[in-house]
Write a protein that binds this ligand. Sequence first.
Ligand SMILES: CC(C)(COP(=O)(O)OP(=O)(O)OC[C@H]1O[C@@H](n2cnc3c(N)ncnc32)[C@H](O)[C@@H]1OP(=O)(O)O)[C@@H](O)C(=O)NCCC(=O)NCCS
Length: 213
Amino acid sequence: MQLLIFGAGGFGREVASWVARASWRDERFEVAGFIDDNAPAAVLNGHRVLTLEQAVDRYPGAGVVATVGDPHLRERLVEKALAAGLVATPPLVHPSVEYDHEYVTFEEGVVVCAGSILTVNIVVERHAQINLDCTVGHDAVIGAFATLSPGVHISGNVTVAAHAFIGTGAVTVNGHPGQPLVVGAGAVVGAGAVVTRDVAAGVTVTGVPARAR
Ligand SMILES: CC(C)(COP(=O)(O)OP(=O)(O)OC[C@H]1O[C@@H](n2cnc3c(N)ncnc32)[C@H](O)[C@@H]1OP(=O)(O)O)[C@@H](O)C(=O)NCCC(=O)NCCS
């Protein structure tokens, strides 16, 4: 599949550097270019930078992945790209990622980066982003458009709701069977925080233990 990477920032260039080595079922990926209106050059890391209009014109029906960390901005980019006729990419999972192929579900548009480990009974919903070196334990949900920054550790029985953003190196303790610890929709967990109890939707928490700011 020809793949357009929406966002030529650092994360987009990182994904571009490995995605040709990834595969999903029998699908292989070839970077067609970046989509970005504000890139500093017309070619970045060997890939052309296009506007959305140019991209749709040249690669009608190509796959697209949005590579910005902000969950809400990512959703807006995906919506724009799909409305323009591109299709959501199958999951992009770095070849080094360790996960149970039967008991972990990745939905469309998901990106999982090098060094991450996901165990069993996990659902990673559409367009969620799991950055470098994260772990996700058993019985977890990573919600649609959620972001796990590098080095995040999600313990067992945890739900990270849609659009939640978890900063670098943050940790959640475990929930309990049938009673998950919940990081609410659109919540922000600061870098390095240790989340020991539920985080309400839309709230920002930081520190050890994590407290609302
Ligand atoms: C928590 C966070 C969202 C707050 O952002 P913000 O509201 O813009 O905060 P500011 O940078 O203005 O900092 C305000 C204060 O909070 C402190 N602070 C910022 N982030 C903090 C964190 N993660 N933990 C503890 N304190 C933090 C600052 O030192 C500052 O303290 P001061 O007023 O005593 O100087 C942000 O700092 C953060 O942790 N983001 C995650 C970034 C990340 O992991 N990105 C991944 C990129 S791949």
